[in-house]
Design a protein around this ligand. Structure first.
Ligand code: NAG
Ligand code: NAG
Ligand code: NAG
Ligand code: NAG
Ligand code: NAG
Length: 791
């Protein structure tokens, strides 16, 4: 651990020390260089002398005195504060005797916020969200010049947002959402020129959005003002906020137009939600310039022109709702270009004409609604099959979506029958005509379907390459304090600043570097791997490779969500955090009462096999050091392989020497690897075999048993016919003897010393699915990864 101390983490690292022998692995990371220098000094001197300063002691006492602490969570805030800075006081973090963070979210705290908290002048972060604090926000917060994060959401705070808050010039994150705040948004917020995320949603704020807010053009990125009583119009200067990525102004009392300039200046925007206001006027064509837009919600307003054709340019759009407006005219066929759309709602407007055939291309639609318009003609077959009548109702001349509204004539509006003609036909004629029409209609549908398929096929290459280019340009690099943060797709939202300032806990070390559990300010956890700098490839090669890794998505592979390149060459990788830790710990470090049943074990084995199969057959990638320590488990105990592809990030000479030897020590290394320089797919199969033996025997392969490694021990036990000693005791109690034996045979096949005798990974997977068919999944459920556990 000592070399860990001398290694600097990012810009600064503060290790808190409980006592001389054990480090509490807390790391607080700050951007400011001064703090880095300072913390280096601190770590060379030790922490024992750093006692809470008198002023802050008093500040904390005052802070505590006005809170109501029914659960007694603040009972550790006792004594003279000697231990307050060394972890003794819950939720307190200090630097050099000054309190820099108070973090007490979700502690059932009531009472009010003390006016005297202004004495805590070094405070950078105040997290009191998810409590029941009442009263008003004290203006004294304005005397906290270093405050960066203020999280008071989900309390019962009332009164105004004090104007003094604008004196917190360093403020980055302000979240006061879900309170009972009234009054207007203080215009002084424009002084907080670093404000990045502003969330004032779900309050009772009124008045207009202060124009000062629109001067935060270089910082404001997330703006949430939904569910308030804000009024007035949305000004032209809104378009100055060119960093904006997500905006919600929904459920307020805004009126007037959406300004035309909006789309010209907001280049990064991903989500725009103006729903449920009284916005009138026309749909601004400039919105169609927002090429990065993923979600556009204009529901429940009074917008009353046609839907512009240019909307087809919003290639990334996944959600489009224009519900309940006054849109007129025909639906532009260009909407069919929005192939990423999953939700399209055009209901409750005044649209006429037909539903364009191009909608057949919208294969990702899961929600569709054109009810209550004045549409005519037949519904494209694909839509009619996928959605029920509730998506089409209220269009008198629309047909083909339900048996009670069949299309009698070919779906061309000009050929609709004149009402007077009916009398001239006999019943028989009508039946014949209807039958003929039905046949014609069916033929037409077949043609349509074929056309659709053909069109889709010919579209495919161009679309995917376009998508790829778009993807590249979208991945914006948040350059922060000289560092660079790149996000891949996923639910996590954080800035470089937040990542670096996250509370972090060391989870483990590997030959690639150290892994931390970082808790972001919004409460989400991420696993951060800090790569050892000396072994990593140069920046350009690194970025090429890491961008490839960031695209890998499979339910049994841990997803890389972002990477960070620090100004001094630090390299951080952020992955989904896996709450159940590694398989090694889960299996070998559990308490005596914790049973892991056979089904769970098989599910893990199959998960690893599936992940490995994806690596080998889809990505042409060899893992090279698969062990039960880098098989991680999600909250449902599904296996996810980590550390794949990392060897592509480090220099070739390093990967073949240091890294492979660590594998050898652990007993997962295929025998041929002592001769070969490069790992082969078939040596991964060997490692999987060892993992299966671990699952069967409950024994870790690292410990040799009478000088034999795990495969050898299993083989010798079998040859001596002592198989009853082989399996984990608790498995013998389950009635699954046959399955155990079949799996054992398969595992032994995988650890055959001769690589050519081992099965391919796809065969291993097949065999496992035969042994435990109820755990076999259909291919379709494997393709789409479930949304990550961090939501
Ligand atoms: C302070 O609180 C801690 C933890 O609750 C407790 O162990 C300790 O005895 C208390 N000290 C005093 C002086 O009350
Ligand atoms: C903003 O606040 C609302 C209400 O508390 C919450 O649902 C939402 O997730 C917040 N958004 C962000 C980005 O913090
Ligand atoms: C529906 O459209 C037709 C023309 O296609 C028009 O005659 C009729 O008035 C429209 N109805 C409504 C309610 O707008
Ligand atoms: C129609 O589909 C919607 C969702 O797509 C569903 O909520 C509704 O229950 C369905 N109605 C019928 C009658 O099946
Ligand atoms: C479609 O919109 C109509 C009108 O708002 C609504 O009644 C209906 O439930 C919606 N159907 C679906 C499937 O969303």
């Amino acid at each position: 651990m000592d070399d860990e101390l001398s290694e600097k983490f990012i810009h600064c690292t503060i290790h808190h020390k409980l006592n001389r022998s054990s480090f509490v692995p807390f790391l607080l990371l700050y951007l400011s260089l001064s703090f880095f220098i300072f913390s280096t000094v601190v770590s060379s001197r030790g922490f024992d002398e750093l006692v809470l300063s008198k002023a802050d002691y008093q500040g904390l006492q005052a802070f505590k005195s006005t809170l109501i602490d029914t659960r007694g969570v603040l009972s550790s805030w006792n004594g003279t504060g000697d231990n307050a800075c060394s972890g003794g006081w819950l939720g307190i973090k200090c630097v050099r005797g000054r309190v820099i963070a108070i973090q007490l979210p979700g502690k059932q705290l009531g009472g009010t916020l003390s006016k005297k908290m202004g004495e805590l002048t070094a405070l950078r972060k105040l997290s009191l969200h998810n409590n029941s604090i009442t009263g008003s926000i004290p203006p004294a917060l304005g005397s906290l010049p270093r405050l960066r994060g203020l999280y008071l959401f989900n309390n019962r705070l009332s009164g105004d947002i004090p104007a003094a808050i604008g004196q917190c010039r360093m403020l980055v994150n302000l979240d006061l959402s879900h309170n009972l705040l009234t009054g207007s948004i203080p215009s002084s917020l424009s002084n907080s020129t670093r404000l990045y995320r502003l969330n004032l949603s779900n309050n009772k704020l009124s008045g207009t959005i202060p124009t000062g807010l629109f001067t935060l053009s270089n910082s404001l990125t997330f703006l949430f003002l939904q569910h308030n009583k804000l009024s007035g119009s949305i000004p032209q200067s809104f378009g100055n906020l060119r960093m904006l990525k997500e905006v919600s102004l929904s459920n307020n009392l805004f009126t007037g137009n959406i300004p035309d300039e909006l789309g010209n200046n907001l280049q990064m925007i991903r989500a725009l939600d103006f729903s449920a206001n009284s916005i009138e006027g026309t749909f601004p064509i400039s919105l169609c310039n927002l090429s990065t837009l993923v979600s556009l919600n204009l529901e429940r307003n009074q917008i009353d022109n046609g839907i512009p054709e240019a909307i087809g340019g919003l290639k990334k759009l996944s959600v489009l709702s224009l519900k309940s407006n006054r849109f007129r005219g025909e639906i532009p066929a260009t909407l069919g270009n929005l192939t990423s759309l999953s939700l399209l709602d055009l209901s409750e407007n005044k649209l006429i004409g037909e539903i364009p055939d191009s909608f057949g291309l919208l294969t990702k639609l899961t929600s569709f609604n054109v009810s209550d318009n004045n549409l005519s003609g037949s519904v494209p077959l694909v839509l009619a099959q996928k959605f029920n009548a509730s998506s089409f109702r209220g269009n008198i001349q629309l047909c083909g979506y339900t048996t009670s509204a069949p299309c009698l004539s070919p779906p061309s509006p000009s050929s609709s029958m004149k009402p007077g003609h009916h009398r001239r036909f006999s019943t028989r004629d009508i039946i014949l005509i209807a039958a003929g029409a039905a046949i014609a209609f069916l033929l037409l549908l077949c043609c349509l379907l074929l056309c659709c398929l053909a069109r889709k096929r010919s579209d495919l290459p161009t679309r995917s390459s376009a998508a790829r280019t778009a993807e590249k340009t979208e991945r914006e690099a948040g350059e922060d304090a000289g560092g660079k943060l790149v996000h891949f797709d996923g639910p996590l939202v954080f800035t470089a600043d937040e990542l670096l300032c996250a509370t972090a806990e060391i989870m483990g070390k590997s030959s690639y570097g150290t892994v931390y559990k970082a808790t972001l300010e919004d409460g989400n956890d991420v696993a951060v791997k800090r790569l050892r700098e000396r072994i990593v490839k140069n920046r350009k090669e690194f970025e090429t490779e890491v961008n490839k890794l960031g695209k890998v998505r499979h339910p049994n592979l841990v997803a890389l969500r972002a990477y960070y390149l620090g100004p001094k060459g630090e390299k951080l990788l952020a992955f989904d955090f896996m709450p159940k830790g590694s398989l090694a710990a889960y299996l070998h470090a559990r308490g005596p009462d914790k049973h892991v049943d056979w089904k769970t074990r098989m599910n893990i084995a199959m998960g690893v096999a599936r992940g490995l199969n994806h690596l080998h057959s889809e990505l042409n990638m060899v893992h090279g050091h698969l062990t039960s320590s880098n098989v991680l488990l999600d909250e449902n105990t599904n296996a996810k392989i980590s550390d794949y592809g990392l060897s592509n990030l480090v220099n070739a000479n390093v990967s073949s020497s240091t890294l492979v030897t660590t594998v050898a020590e652990l007993g997962y290394r295929a025998p041929e690897l002592s001769r070969l320089k490069e790992a082969q797919p078939i040596s991964d199969v060997y490692s999987l075999g060892v993992i299966m033996l671990e699952l069967l025997t409950g024994k870790p392969p690292g410990e040799t048993i009478n000088g034999l490694d795990l495969p050898q021990w299993v083989a010798s036990t079998m040859s001596e016919d002592r198989t009853d000693e082989l399996f984990d005791v608790e498995l013998n109690r389950e009635n699954v003897g046959d399955e155990l034996l079949s799996t054992l045979n398969l595992a032994l096949h995988c650890v055959d010393p001769s690589p050519t005798a081992r099965p391919e990974i796809s065969q291993v997977l097949q065999r496992l699915e035969v042994i435990k068919p109820e755990l076999a999944v259909t291919t379709s459920s494997v393709i789409e990864e479930g949304s990550a556990s961090n939501d």
